[in-house]
Each structure stands twice: as structure tokens, then as C-alpha cells.
Ligand binder design. Structure first.
Ligand code: GCO
Length: 458
């Protein structure tokens, strides 16, 4: 009997390890607002998430990132924790309002010092720092001027990028401009589920354009300033399945693929927006914008959690969820990662790819100092198989970052959803490795063992 339901080629672990190759980079990921806390300390400015979290009914239980995992103060022990997992790399984000409280003009030396300590702390521990400039925490001051709906915000972002690039670029292994611009544009400005909470489709289209523009402007500005690191962007992507073979479902699947994947990929890798009869709102574009967005990049980060299920009928045909769902209600569908990687590799000329996020929220229970999260281990194992299969199919994937290092502030779900390899008790800030953390560490250890054996035999 087929236990996992994976349709991609099943491999044993040794085969998977060898498909990933000796240079494969293992990591864990976090973001500033979700872990740092210290939201009102040392001169940090307010972000749109501070303000949004205070509005009643926006975040479950009225939670916010005010304290979060208190990583701003516990960064040293957190870096030790990461080191202890045996990973090669740590993906983190800079909080723009900590570095530049108003989003433009004066810098905050204490904020810069924090990232200096953090990056040097990684280097001292032999961890590769992979930074992200923007993980959704726009300085509130810029929001009040019009936020990402304004073209000038893209210019301010490029200035901020240059500050970070000049100061830290030579110490960073990579620097991504944006994390999941789709979320900022659509969840922030179309559905209103995320900060700043607008529901305006034309604004959402314009915001997506300014985010892409800011990405291109930032990469160009940092390169012009002589910053040397790997530049890229991180996009959330999914494979899309039509619920049935009907023309309506297939058309819906195509529109979903266009608005989710191609909307960002086409401008970056082809210099145009995709056309689809199901997409009603296009942004205003100025001469030269598309060339800026089309600036070459050194890597692409892909975040994958689940597939998109496209059903045009009413009521909708639900996804089969053969392998179950996560605590977010997201279908577990590891094949989708393989399908997606194969498709984008066929359709675009890709730079090296990193899986910059992939992970699962589980109902984790801490009992006798242990969290037995077998479902997360299975999720990880199956998705790594997909990555290995995609590599065998010729996709140049260089590394994998589990989301997330530790439980943290899960946006509108507050602290109710746990994605971590490490459990966080928010009342004491105690960190406890879950079973999955041990599994990840041991699997990486075997990979490195295989690697050095491989070298010996070579
Ligand atoms: C994401 C985010 C994370 C989320 C994670 C789970 O990029 O969507 O980087 O902030 O916590 O994806 O929803």
C-alpha cells in the first residue's frame, strides 16, 4: 500500500540526500515583526502591524508583536539554538522602522547596532546570514503619507536598501528585497486581512506594481553603490489544480496561476505583466518601470505551503485533502512543490533557487518537556522529497529553509498557530526543541556525513 500518497518518485533518505547534492544549504527562517518584540524600545518607529494589531477584531485575541519571542533581547541564545540545529544558514528580516523610524531621513543607530550584533553573531557561529529587507512591517509614518499606493514609497525603500546594503552587504550571503509581495498587495489592500487593512482592488494592483518597482530600484541602487552580495526576491507560489476538467474550472485555474505566480514572475523575468481575461485590475505603469523591474537577480526565493484549488462551481468542489491538512486548514500537498518547480523552471530562465519557506502549523502540545510533532516530520520529509525530485528533473535548487525556527506571531492568527521546530512558551519565553527539531538536526547530520563520506570516496 502506498503510505504517503506522493506521486513523485519516492526515494529513501540516502537517495534524497544524494539528489540534493553535497553543497545543499540547510536553514531555518524567521521575520522581524514575528519574533523581535521590543516594539517600543531603543528608538524603533511604529510599523503598520503595530497599528493594525491595536484595531479591535483584526488579530485573534488582540495579540500583537509587542513582545513576540523577545528575540531582540534573547538573540544570543536564539543564535546558539540555531547553531545547535546543525544548519548552515539563517534567514531573518530587517525591520525597516527599527533602522529608519520614519521610513525616510534619520537612521536609528541603536537599530543598526542590533543587526550588527546579530549578523556578527551569525558569522562567529559559522552561520550564513540571509537577510530580507521587507517582511511586511512598513513604517507607519510612510503609511500615513499613502504607503505602497505611492510611488515615492518605492524610492524611500531603495534608499533604505542602500543603507542596509552599504552597512551589511559584505557580510550577508544573500539579500532579498521583498518577502511575498502578493501578501502585501492582496491581503493588505484587497481582502484587508493584513495591515494596512484596505479593500480596494485598484489600489492592490498599484501596490503590487510599486512593490515590484521598489525591488528593481533597490537592487539597482545597491549594485550602483558597489554592494556585493547575492540579490534576490522571495515569492510565495503554489501549483494550481482545477477541481474538475470543466472549461470553467480550467479557466479559473489559469486565472489563479496568472494572478498568483505569473503576476510577479513575468515582470521580474520577462519585463511584462501577464494578460488574462479573469484579471480586471492593472496598475498605472510609467515608461521605464518594466525595465527596472526586469533587472537581473542572483537568486529566486520560493515559499511553498500548499496548492491552490480552483473550483468555479457554486458551491465549490472542495480539495480532496488526501494527506490531510495543517492547523491553518491548508491542504498538505507535497507534489505541488515538485509540479510548481518544474513548471516555473520550464517557463522562465531562472537564477539559482532557494526554498526560502516551507513548513506546517500543528496543534503542538508540550508534555513532560517534549513535543511529539510527528505530522510536521512527515510534512518536512515529503516536501524534501519533492525538492530532491525537482533537482533530479533539472531545477537548480540550492537550499531549503524551514519556516519557522520557532513558534511566533502568526499575523492575523496571533500566537494561536505554531509553525516552529522549537516550541515557545510565551509566558516564560522558554524554548523547547520539538521532536521535529531533533529529526531535522539528525537528517542534516546524515547529509553532512554522506557528504564527507562522498569526499573521502572520491
Ligand atoms: C510568509 C511568511 C510568514 C508566515 C508563514 C506562515 O512569508 O507567509 O513569511 O510570515 O508566518 O508563511 O503563514
Amino acid at each position: 500500500m502506498k503510505k504517503t500518497g506522493l506521486s513523485v518518485e519516492e526515494m529513501n533518505e540516502a537517495q534524497m540526500q544524494s539528489a540534493l547534492g553535497p553543497e545543499f544549504v540547510w536553514g531555518v527562517a524567521t521575520s522581524a515583526y514575528q519574533i523581535e518584540g521590543a516594539a517600543s524600545e531603543d528608538g524603533r518607529g511604529e510599523s503598520i502591524w503595530d497599528v493594525f494589531s491595536r484595531q479591535s477584531g483584526k488579530v485573534l485575541n488582540g495579540d500583537s508583536g509587542q513582545t513576540a519571542c523577545n528575540h531582540y533581547h534573547l538573540w544570543k541564545e536564539d543564535l546558539d539554538l540555531i547553531k545547535g540545529l546543525g544548519v548552515d544558514a539563517y534567514r531573518f528580516s530587517f525591520a525597516w522602522p527599527r533602522v529608519q523610524p520614519q521610513g525616510r531621513g534619520a537612521l536609528n543607530p541603536k537599530g543598526l547596532d542590533f543587526y550588527e550584533r546579530l549578523i556578527d553573531g551569525m558569522l562567529e557561529r559559522g552561520l550564513q546570514p540571509h537577510g530580507t529587507l521587507y517582511h511586511w512591517d512598513l513604517p507607519q509614518h510612510l503609511q500615513e503619507e499613502g504607503g505602497w499606493g505611492l510611488r515615492t514609497t518605492a524610492e524611500h525603500f531603495a534608499n533604505y536598501a542602500e543603507v542596509i546594503g552599504r552597512k551589511f552587504g559584505d557580510r550577508l550571503t544573500s539579500l532579498a528585497t521583498h518577502n511575498e509581495p502578493w501578501c502585501t498587495a492582496v491581503l493588505g489592500n484587497l481582502t484587508g486581512k493584513f495591515a494596512p487593512g484596505y479593500r480596494d482592488p485598484q489600489l492592490a494592483a498599484q501596490v503590487s506594481h510599486h512593490l515590484l518597482l521598489s525591488h528593481g530600484l533597490a537592487v539597482k541602487a545597491m549594485r550602483a553603490a558597489g554592494v556585493r552580495t547575492q540579490f534576490g526576491i522571495v515569492l510565495n507560489q503554489s501549483s494550481v489544480s482545477a477541481a474538475t476538467d470543466s472549461a470553467h474550472d480550467r479557466a479559473k485555474a489559469q486565472t489563479e496561476y496568472c494572478s498568483f505566480v505569473r503576476w510577479f514572475m513575468d515582470p521580474i523575468f520577462r519585463g511584462v505583466y501577464p494578460q488574462d481575461p479573469g484579471i480586471a485590475h492593472y496598475p498605472d505603469i510609467r515608461a521605464g518601470d518594466m525595465e527596472v523591474i526586469h533587472t537581473p537577480i542572483d537568486f529566486l526565493g520560493i515559499n511553498y505551503y500548499t496548492r491552490i484549488w480552483a473550483s468555479a462551481s457554486q458551491p465549490e468542489v472542495p480539495p480532496p485533502k488526501v494527506l490531510g491538512e495543517s492547523d491553518m486548514g491548508w491542504e498538505i500537498y507535497p507534489d505541488g512543490l515538485f509540479e510548481l518547480l518544474k513548471d516555473v523552471n520550464r517557463d522562465y530562465k531562472l537564477p539559482p533557487v532557494f526554498i526560502t519557506e516551507n513548513g506546517m502549523a500543528c496543534v503542538d502540545v508540550l508534555r513532560d518537556g517534549k513535543v511529539e510533532d510527528q505530522a510536521r516530520i512527515e510534512y518536512l520529509r515529503m516536501h524534501l522529497q519533492s525538492v530532491a525530485n525537482a533537482r533530479q528533473a533539472g531545477v537548480d535548487i540550492r537550499g531549503y529553509f524551514y519556516w519557522s525556527l520557532m513558534d511566533n506571531f502568526e499575523w492575523e492568527s496571533g500566537y494561536a498557530k505554531r509553525f516552529g521546530l522549537v516550541h515557545v512558551d510565551y509566558s516564560t519565553q522558554k524554548r523547547t526543541l520539538k521532536r521535529s527539531a531533533h529529526w531535522y538536526r539528525e537528517m542534516i547530520g546524515r547529509h553532512k556525513g554522506e557528504v564527507s563520506m562522498g569526499h573521502k570516496n572520491a
